[in-house]
Write a protein that binds this ligand. Sequence first.
Ligand code: ZN
Length: 318
Amino acid sequence: MLPLSPSFAQETLSEDEMYQKRFELYAKMEAVTQIPWYYFAGVDQYERNVRRVRKDIPKQTSIIGIYIKPEIWAGPLNPNSEDIHPATIQFFNGIGQDGNGDGKADLNDDEDLLYSFANYLQSYGTDEENLKIALWDYYKRDKTVALIMGHAKLFKVFDSIKLDKHVFPLPLHANYSYRNTWGDARGWGGRRMHEGTDIFANYGVPVRSTCYGVIEMKGWNKFGGWRIGIRDVNNTYHYFAHLNGFAKDLEIGQVVEPGQMIGSVGSSGYGPPGTSGKFPPHLHYGMYKDNGYNEWSFDPFPHLKSWERTERAEKRKR
Ligand SMILES: [Zn+2]
């Protein structure tokens, strides 16, 4: 494989070539460590997502998104935190290893980086239970382990690392209306800020998954009524509330794809389970992000508009 300098990687590779290179690296590490490629993809995707939203980590400049702090790479007691000599790094218990066989353990080399992380994982074993323990010891956060495992599952099931397609939550031929209500006072249920967009439609209109994702939550809540939460590979949490009911056999932990029916429009919520009809039927749709520490909501309206536009354009083409 040709060595790729970080700047070369970012400036001249198309998106598809980037995915291809990434996948080749995962596959190579699977061959070396016997750990299935989708776990590497899961960790890498998680780290890339976190890097996009955090300011305390350098921006990603290469193909692999994993970030290892120099002092962890070189070893905490290593006087040279920029060390690239495998022997001294090993002596100081650093994680850094030479993955591409050039005699250097270079933190800025994608192959060295992924190989080092793969080696760390492999020291715990190659099965899912041991990988989870390795990830917990590394990140010290249950949520992070769950997110990585969720990403890995998506990559495995769809056998692809390119899972960024989105669609509008309702079928475009349905009768619906929505406007930007981000930050409005809630029409129903008190003073909390409105964290989402309300899409008004009739009872029973199908509600579809907006993304490739894992069902993270499904159930009743006093305000949201029957709700579903789906986590996609970009670490965005898609939230669907006030449903009339759920699609059959839908379970927490299950993967879904864009356009897959997950439930239907209703007016459930604002009371104990079963309460319905306290407001006009609509889908409350929200989007949330996670930065490795906490979650926050952002405005879904521009995304809804863009998915709707893209889907209409695709329909016209067909
Ligand atoms: Zn709402």
